[in-house]
Design a protein around this ligand. Structure first.
Ligand code: SF4
Ligand code: SF4
Ligand code: FES
Length: 238
């Protein structure tokens, strides 16, 4: 193991340049540890974002040696065996400064995809009982652990080509809710995700599924939305 890491970090906004830093190598060091070391010990003007450090909040995602990753759970030993790291902001999002992206457009697309639960029963009613082994329940559970990190969104070529495309995270959320028997907005949500910039724009290239740190397959959910929307179209319900 080398004693220090050579780290290139993006500095600036849409226009900027990589700056070089030397960071001591440590056992079990994560990429977020490296960025934190630079900001606390070398250059306090470096802007980056994190909150939980344990893979729950989704705020620490960056591009690490060309690949979008959550940095708090990415060990340096796995991604930089030769001691060289290049750390940049996520792709497909505007850069605010350094490693911090503006996620407004990402979450606006969740809203466009009606990615919020719309209850069919008032809050005063008892909990709905959904059979754990039902197909809908299993389909909803497959995508429920999304932490909104935008790794999939930054990895999607269709988002890069077509900025209007809703993208894998918003569509995964829509698919999860389409399988929630308690939700009352299935028809409106299907209309929201079936347009030109919705599920049918996905080219099934699988980058989102390969990169999702939570092991979710947005590709599978998007394929489900495609099937659902075609069936609705045939029924005349779309
Ligand atoms: S499978 Fe679809 S959503 Fe996922 S990265 Fe590919 S084009 Fe984008
Ligand atoms: S689907 Fe996966 S990669 Fe995409 S935002 Fe959710 S947790 Fe992150
Ligand atoms: S800091 Fe929360 S997921 Fe990485």
């Amino acid at each position: 193991m080398t004693e220090s890491l050579s780290v290139s970090v993006w500095r600036g906004g849409a226009v900027g340049a990589f700056r070089e830093y030397s960071v001591p190598r440590r056992a079990s060091q994560t990429v977020l540890d490296v960025v934190t070391h630079i900001q606390r010990r070398i250059d306090p003007t470096l802007a980056y974002r994190f909150a939980c450090r344990v893979g729950m909040c989704g705020s620490c995602a960056m591009t690490v040696n060309g690949v979008a990753r959550w940095t708090c759970r990415t060990h340096v030993a796995r991604v930089a065996p030769h001691g060289r790291l290049e750390i940049a902001p996520l792709a497909n999002l505007p850069v605010i400064r350094d490693l911090v992206c503006d996620l407004d457009v990402f979450f606006e697309k969740w809203q466009r995809a009606r990615g919020r639960f719309e209850p069919s029963a008032p809050a005063s009613t008892d909990f709905a009982r959904i059979a754990p082994d039902s197909g809908e329940r299993r389909a909803a559970e497959a995508g429920i652990e999304c932490i909104g990190c935008a790794v999939c969104y930054a990895s999607c070529d269709v988002v890069a080509w077509n900025p209007a495309y809703l993208g894998p995270a918003a569509l995964n959320r829509a698919w999860t809710l389409m399988n929630d028997a308690r939700d009352a907005a299935h028809g409106a949500r299907l209309r929201a995700v079936a347009g030109d910039a919705g599920c049918h724009a996905c080219h099934t290239q699988l980058s989102c599924t390969e990169r999702c740190p939570k092991g979710i397959s947005p590709t599978a959910g998007i394929a489900g939305l495609k099937r659902m929307s075609v069936r609705a179209l045939i029924r005349g319900a779309l």
